[in-house]
Design a protein around this ligand. Structure first.
Ligand code: ZN
Length: 101
């Protein structure tokens, strides 16, 4: 089972949803667990749970930005002193689930 990224709108955890697929079958969707969030219901359903997770977790722009931010933090962390801006950047990386080494 794939781990789900947090909601891109509110950062609350995501959940799998089983949706009736008709004819005694069901389909999978992923949505935000915060009922007040716009991301609470995904628009598409998938026959495989794995595919629903893959689509939910596919965030190329966010991934590219986090990678660039990680490079910036790493480049300025070598002396062990982080300015406030880099501390904020490191917190954003942590919240996005990017591994902090
Ligand atoms: Zn949300």
């Amino acid at each position: 089972m794939s781990e789900l990224k947090p909601c891109p709108f509110c950062t609350t955890g995501a959940v799998y949803e089983q949706v009736d697929g008709g004819a005694d079958s069901y389909r999978w969707a992923v949505g935000c667990s915060n009922l007040d969030c716009i991301g609470v219901q995904s628009l598409k359903t998938y026959s495989r749970k794995k595919d629903a997770a893959e689509v939910w977790n596919n965030r190329p722009i966010e991934d590219a930005l986090m990678e660039a931010l990680q490079i910036l933090v790493d480049a300025h962390s070598e002396d062990g002193h982080l300015c406030n801006e880099l501390k904020i950047a490191r917190a954003a990386l942590k919240q996005a689930g990017v591994k902090d080494e």
